[in-house]
Design a protein around this ligand. Structure first.
Ligand SMILES: O=C(O)/C(S)=C/c1c[nH]c2cc(Br)ccc12
Length: 173
């Protein structure tokens, strides 16, 4: 029953082509955000939604279909729970130390250098992470781990890419 409901929501957002574009994704995410007062944020920028589409667009259509959207939605739903549990003062931001724990809670094993890179790349001028940046960071982390695993066919943790394969991976993200 819930899945039928989800399909209906998807159909409303996606329109006739049954695929969600960055604009359509931005509208639905920002509409949901309005219902979550504790997630104080100006909302998702179009560029962030383009990146989320690119990272989730497994069939290379430039948009996301029902399955890709369901995966993204499920992830955002779980990641926003983590954000809320760290944003104890409901400021709509978490600090770099809380971000380390949030990354670990989400199941990503990184190193200190990467935690610092994340703070630099996604932190605001006070080095705090706002909700929309938080989500974009996790979408990129998950997308990059998934891309690596897709290349690492024998699972030995090593992949071999030529420069064009590398550019395909890093430019469409
Ligand atoms: O708090 C909840 O119960 C839910 S269902 C939250 C969300 C479920 N999907 C979300 C997407 C964004 Br963006 C923000 C919040 C949510």
């Amino acid at each position: 029953e819930e899945d039928k409901q989800f399909k209906n929501i998807f159909r409303q957002i996606a329109g006739d082509d049954m695929e969600i574009s960055a604009d359509e994704l931005r509208n639905v995410l920002n509409n949901v955000l309005k219902k979550h007062k504790s997630l104080k944020t100006e909302g998702f920028a179009l560029e962030s939604c383009r990146s989320m589409i690119a990272l989730m667009d497994t069939d290379g259509s430039g948009k996301i279909n029902l399955d890709e959207f369901r995966h993204l939605w499920t992830k955002i739903k779980s990641w926003q729970k983590i954000f809320k549990c760290y944003d104890t003062d409901h400021s709509g931001t978490i600090n770099s130390y809380e971000m380390r724990n949030a990354v670990k809670d989400a199941g990503f094993q990184l190193n200190n250098q990467l935690y610092d890179i994340i703070t630099m790349r996604y932190g605001n001028r006070n080095m705090n992470i706002e909700f929309d940046s938080f989500i974009c960071c996790f979408v990129r982390l998950e997308g990059m781990f998934r891309a690596f695993q897709a290349f690492d066919k024998d699972g030995d943790g090593i992949i071999k890419l030529n420069v064009l394969e590398w550019l395909q991976l890093t430019m469409y993200a």
